[in-house]
Design a protein around this ligand. Structure first.
Ligand SMILES: [Zn+2]
Ligand SMILES: [Zn+2]
Length: 369
C-alpha cells in the first residue's frame, strides 16, 4: 500500500512538472535561421484606458499565454468612453500598467503607442515606440503625426478599409495620405485588421513601399474573439529581425521586413515570404527506392500554420496529386516519378496560402539533392 502511495506521489509530481513546463514553454510559431529571427507581434491593442474592456495587465497575460514576443498598447488618444470612471489624464498610463505586469527575464515585451483617432482623412493612425503619448494630442491630426515622427515613432495607417469610414470597404489614398507618404511621415499600413483583409491596402503598401502589417485591434478578450483555446490565433505581424533587441525590431519595421499571419494566410512582400518559407518548409535528401525509378523525399513543415502547395513542374507524384497541404508541425513523404535516377531535382511550387500581391501567390522553387 505504501509503495502504491509513493508511486502516486511520483505520478502527481511528474504531472505537475509537465503542466508547469507546458504552461511556460516558449512557443515558436515559425522557425528561423540561426542568424535571423521571426518575432511575433501585435501592434494594435486597446484596454479599458480607451474603449477596450480589460485592464492592461490582462493584455500582457493574454500575449504571454499565446506566446507572442512583443505587443504595443495603443489607446485612442481622443476617444475615452470610460473617462467618467477612469479619468486617464496621463496617456502613457496604460503602457506603464502593462509594463509593470511583465515578469523578470520573460521574452515578452511591451512598447508604448497611441491611436490618433480622426475622421477620414486621415482616419485612424497608430504610432508605436512613442516616448510621450501626451504630446501627440493636438487639435489637428497632422501636428500629432508630426510629433510622433519627432519622437522617432513608427507610424502606420489603421484599417484603411474600415466600412465605417469607407462604405465600400475599399482602401484608397486621399491627398492627406499622399502628403504623409511623400514626407515620410507614414511608414506602414494595416493590410489585416481584426477580421478583415484588404487587397487594396496590400496594393497601396506595395506601390508606396509601406510596411505590411496585420494586427488584432483587440477590444474584448483575444481567446473569445479568435478561438485560441481551439487552436486559433489572433492576426499578427511577424517581423524578421537580426536579434531580439528593440533597436533591431524597430529597424526591421522601418525596413519593411514583415509577414502578416492571418487565419491560415501568410501575406507579405515576396522576399520576406521567401525567407519565411525557406526557414519553415524543409526538404530532406533525395533517395531512390531500391530497384525503382521513383525518388523519395521527406518534406517538413516546421511552422504552426498549415501550408497549401501546388506543384507546377513536369513530374508527377506517385501517391498524391500536384495539389496538397501539409498540416502544421508535420512531415510528409513525397514520391517523385523522375523516370531516370537523378542526383539533383528542382521542384517549382506555388504556395497557395502565401499572398504576395492582390490575386497573386508565392512561387518558390525547391532544389533537392
Ligand atoms: Zn481605429
Ligand atoms: Zn484601434
Amino acid at each position: 500500500m505504501y509503495k502504491t502511495q509513493y508511486k502516486n506521489y511520483i505520478s502527481v509530481i511528474f504531472l505537475l512538472f509537465l503542466i508547469f513546463f507546458k504552461g511556460y514553454s516558449q512557443k515558436f510559431f515559425f522557425s528561423s535561421d540561426k542568424d535571423q529571427l521571426w518575432l511575433s507581434t501585435d501592434l494594435h491593442i486597446h484596454s479599458i484606458f480607451s474603449d477596450g474592456t480589460v485592464w492592461p495587465s490582462i493584455r500582457v497575460e493574454e500575449a504571454r499565454r499565446e506566446g507572442l514576443d512583443l505587443i504595443a498598447i495603443t489607446e485612442h488618444l481622443e476617444y475615452q468612453p470610460h473617462k467618467e470612471d477612469i479619468p486617464n489624464p496621463d496617456k502613457n498610463r496604460s503602457f506603464f500598467v502593462a509594463s509593470k505586469a511583465l515578469k523578470n527575464g520573460e521574452k515578452l515585451r511591451v512598447i508604448n503607442g497611441s491611436e490618433i483617432t480622426r475622421e477620414m482623412p486621415p482616419g485612424h493612425i497608430n504610432a508605436v515606440f512613442v516616448r510621450d503619448a501626451n504630446l501627440l494630442l493636438h487639435e489637428d491630426s497632422l501636428s500629432g503625426i508630426k510629433e510622433a515622427n519627432k519622437q522617432n515613432a513608427f507610424v502606420f495607417w489603421n484599417h484603411p478599409n474600415w466600412d465605417a469610414q469607407r462604405i465600400d470597404g475599399m482602401a484608397r489614398l486621399d491627398k492627406f495620405h499622399e502628403y504623409l507618404i511623400k514626407n515620410q511621415l507614414l511608414h506602414g499600413i494595416e493590410v489585416v485588421n481584426e477580421f478583415t483583409f484588404s487587397e487594396e491596402a496590400l496594393q497601396i503598401a506595395l506601390e508606396n513601399n509601406l510596411t505590411i502589417l496585420g494586427n488584432s485591434d483587440i477590444h474584448g478578450i483575444t481567446d473569445w474573439e479568435h478561438q485560441i483555446s481551439n487552436g486559433g490565433h489572433r492576426p499578427m505581424t511577424l517581423v524578421n529581425v537580426e536579434n531580439q533587441s528593440e533597436k533591431s525590431f524597430k529597424m526591421a519595421l522601418f525596413e519593411g521586413k514583415t509577414v502578416v499571419w492571418f487565419k491560415d494566410l501568410l501575406i507579405g512582400k515576396e522576399e520576406n515570404l521567401k525567407a519565411l518559407i525557406k526557414d519553415n518548409l524543409v526538404f530532406g535528401p533525395l533517395k531512390y527506392i531500391e530497384g525503382k525509378l521513383i525518388g523519395e523525399v521527406e518534406l517538413t513543415n516546421k511552422s504552426m500554420n498549415p501550408i497549401k502547395m501546388e506543384y507546377l513542374g513536369d513530374f508527377s507524384f506517385h501517391k498524391r496529386s500536384n495539389v496538397f497541404s501539409i498540416p502544421a508541425n508535420s512531415k510528409i513523404i513525397l514520391q517523385i516519378k523522375t523516370r531516370i535516377r537523378k542526383k539533383k531535382v528542382s521542384l517549382p511550387f506555388r504556395i497557395l496560402n502565401a499572398v504576395t500581391a492582390p490575386k497573386k501567390t508565392l512561387n518558390y522553387t525547391f532544389i533537392l539533392k
